[in-house]
Design a protein around this ligand. Structure first.
Ligand SMILES: [Zn+2]
Length: 252
């Protein structure tokens, strides 16, 4: 539930909500949970795991293993869930009813129904990575939460990035640098392609945050060539400072 009182008290404002920050904290806490990491590592085909077991040091060493992992995840493992989907039985557009969940564990439930043939589909939106890995379906949040966990399980330190404009992806620490990885996109555009969204999806950023279990980083400038416009938007919105966001995150 949106808790405005809590945010005002801590001087956080739009676009931040307690629920969003809490969700990212709970998700990334799972990135340091050894049992969870062991479980998601088991999902990865042995052939791909072997590539990650090699001596990876420089940027170029990571390209082949990452390409294999991204291809497997997108093409073999996960399914994409559209907001508006066509009925698999009769092909007509299905109606969608969304019900808000009451915790980060089940963030909400979507009911997709076809009034023509009575087909129906229930899509729970999990924050728990183990559940996402059983379901193997979702949109960018489910994909990035799980893919980030898989990368961590393979020894690549990875965090989750959210643009507060309805998209999220990962960043991995590779050869000393945090690099963009988006498992929902096709390789090679899915890797180290930070300006992709602004250029192709016409994103107008206010803030892009990278979340780890204990840290929030403002990474906006890595994703934009239009920093002046970002600054203007921030002035207009009286955006909270990164230190106040971090303080809030620490207390969650
Ligand atoms: Zn139908």
């Amino acid at each position: 539930m949106l808790n405005l009182f809590d945010l005002t008290k801590n001087r956080l404002s739009y676009p931040f909500t307690r629920d969003t920050l809490f969700l990212y904290k709970q998700v990334t806490k799972q990135y340091v949970d050894e049992a969870l990491l062991k479980s998601v590592k088991n999902l990865v085909p042995i052939m791909i795991k072997k590539e990650f077991d090699k001596d990876l040091n420089q940027y170029l060493d990571y390209l082949n293993p990452l390409r294999l992992l991204l291809d497997w995840f997108k093409k073999d493992f996960m399914k994409w869930m559209n907001k508006s989907s066509l009925c698999p039985t009769c092909g007509k557009t299905m109606s969608l009813r969304s019900v808000q969940g009451n915790s980060w564990i089940v963030r909400g439930v979507e009911y997709h129904s076809c009034f023509h043939c009575n087909y129906s589909l229930v899509f729970p939106r999990y924050g728990e990575i183990e559940n996402i890995s059983f379901n193997r379906v979702g949109r960018c949040s489910e994909w990035s939460f799980l893919f980030g966990a898989i990368l961590n399980s393979l020894g690549i330190c990875t965090r989750v990035v959210h643009d507060f404009l309805d998209h999220c992806w990962n960043e991995s620490l590779i050869d000393g640098q945090w690099l963009h990885v988006d498992s929902t996109l096709e390789y090679p555009i899915s890797f180290n392609n930070t300006k992709y969204y602004e250029k192709n999806w016409n994103k107008k950023y206010l803030i892009v945050l990278a979340f780890s279990s204990n840290k929030v980083m403002d990474v906006t400038l890595n994703y934009t060539n239009m920093s002046t416009a970002v600054c203007e938007r921030r002035k207009k919105q009286k955006l909270s400072t990164i230190s106040s966001i971090q303080n809030y995150y620490d207390k969650l």
